[in-house]
Design a binder for this molecule. Structure first.
Ligand code: SF4
Length: 174
């Protein structure tokens, strides 16, 4: 994937950003795409929102390296704009291959864009969150993106309810 030029995002990226964490994990988090920090380091969720995601993962009883974390698109859209449909279509085979190889028991969709893209459903994230759905036959729990939670900390309470649903799936108590 490193040298991929299948869409226009190849022209402006510094690094492709494949994934981080445990490729044998039962739990997979999927976000939208790399930001500036991720593009610079070639790792997903390494900036401030990554630190909050690590706290969310710790609240589930895992270390950040225990779970698998990736994005819908693997290269940074310029100025953090949303990826275009043709870019998503070009990159989706990588995500499908990742998930087919990983075979997670649960996917957590991080934020409106990743969740709407995975589910092909334009319903708002405030309505999607907290309700179990499926992607490629895998249970998917939509919740808010950590970057949104940094801007709207009062919504962390709802994100915690979503994570508790995930914990229940794994037989853990919240
Ligand atoms: Fe290739 Fe995906 Fe990067 Fe586009 S976003 S260049 S499809 S790796």
């Amino acid at each position: 994937m490193k040298g991929c030029v299948a869409c226009g995002l190849a022209a402006t990226r510094k690094n492709t950003v494949f994934a981080r964490g445990n490729p044998a994990s039962d739990l997979c988090f999927v976000g939208e795409g790399p930001g500036a920090d991720e593009d610079a380091q070639g790792q997903p969720f390494v900036g401030k929102s990554g630190q909050l995601l690590d706290k969310m993962i710790a609240a589930l009883g895992y270390h950040r390296d225990d779970v698998y974390i990736c994005n819908v698109v693997k290269c940074r859209p310029p100025n953090n704009r949303n990826p275009e449909p043709d870019e998503i279509a070009a990159c989706e085979p990588f995500l499908k291959a990742q998930l087919a190889s990983l075979q997670p028991k649960v996917i957590v969709g991080l934020g409106k864009f990743a969740t709407q893209t995975l589910l092909r459903d334009q319903t708002s994230i405030t309505r999607l969150r907290g309700q179990w759905r499926e992607y490629q036959g895998i249970p998917l729990m939509p919740t808010f993106h950590p970057a949104y939670l940094l801007r709207q900390p009062e919504e962390k309470r709802l994100a915690w309810l979503d994570l508790q649903e995930v914990m229940k799936r794994f037989g853990k108590k919240g």
